[in-house]
Design a protein around this ligand. Structure first.
Ligand code: C5P
Length: 238
């Protein structure tokens, strides 16, 4: 499956993981038009709050608010409403928060005229099977991801966050409409860091991922723009 350059760009979300407002905005400005989505996660949000989300949005990129909500349904619904009011394109909840919580997130998102896409995080890509056993969850990541992703879909979530290694299985289990978002993307030769279930951009696209979340391989590169371009080029040659 060959992607056009424009389509490949649309399918990269850069994780703007920094505590410094100026650094987040510098990276977002530099990567405007080179990636499709700006992801603001816990680090940037906990230091800079909703104001930074609005500022990133004003630059003209869709914003992915990745706070991985996990709380009682009432609290998650109210937080989801706040995310929707901020005008973000998508936000995350933990599937492990359960059915009522995911339904509450979807209901909260619906208050916006254009509701944000609700993405359910299945099993964090930093967890491997041994870590799951340590949590008292036997059976391996793949089975858990499939079960939680199916539940998320029944709850009205538009998509799920999973590792590139689970994309092909989820695509065949859940069909063409579910949005599959994959962190844990590492260009060949790049350091995995704390990620455990990783794949290259080419492998993630070939498996059927819709959106690749890439952080440090872009943001910690000596030249983030060149790093983003080489990832996009790799995605075009699947
Ligand atoms: O730097 P790196 O490419 O590992 O960044 C991955 C990003 O994706 C981080 O912002 C992380 O919070 C996020 N993420 C993840 N695993 C998930 C969901 C989100 O790594 N399951």
């Amino acid at each position: 499956m060959a992607l056009s350059r424009a389509e490949a760009i649309r399918r990269v979300a850069v994780a703007l993981d920094s505590s410094e407002r100026a650094e987040v905005l510098r990276l977002a400005r530099a990567l405007l038009g080179r990636v499709g989505v700006a992801k603001v996660g816990l680090e940037a949000f906990s230091a800079n709050g909703p104001a930074l989300v609005a500022e990133v949005g004003e630059l003209g990129m869709p914003v992915f608010l990745d706070l991985k909500l996990h709380d009682i349904p009432n609290t998650v619904e109210r937080a989801a409403r706040n995310a929707a009011r901020l005008g973000v394109a998508m936000f995350t909840v933990h599937a492990s928060g359960g059915e009522a919580m995911m339904r509450a997130a979807v209901a909260g998102a619906a208050i916006a005229a254009r509701p944000p896409t609700v993405l359910a995080v299945t099993v964090l890509t930093s967890l491997d099977d041994a870590a799951l056993v340590g949590l008292g969850i036997p059976g391996g990541a793949a089975g858990r991801v499939t079960a939680w992703a199916a539940l998320a879909q029944r709850c009205g979530c538009t998509g799920v966050v999973c590792s590139p290694q689970e994309v092909a299985g989820l695509r065949s289990a859940l069909g063409p409409n579910v949005l599959l978002v994959t962190p844990g993307v590492r260009p060949s030769g790049a350091s995995a860091g704390d990620q455990r279930r990783v794949a290259t951009p080419r492998e993630a696209i070939a498996a059927g991922a819709d959106l690749l979340v890439v952080g440090r391989p872009i943001t910690a590169a000596p030249d983030p723009v060149a790093a983003a371009e080489s990832i996009v080029a790799e995605m075009c040659h699947t």
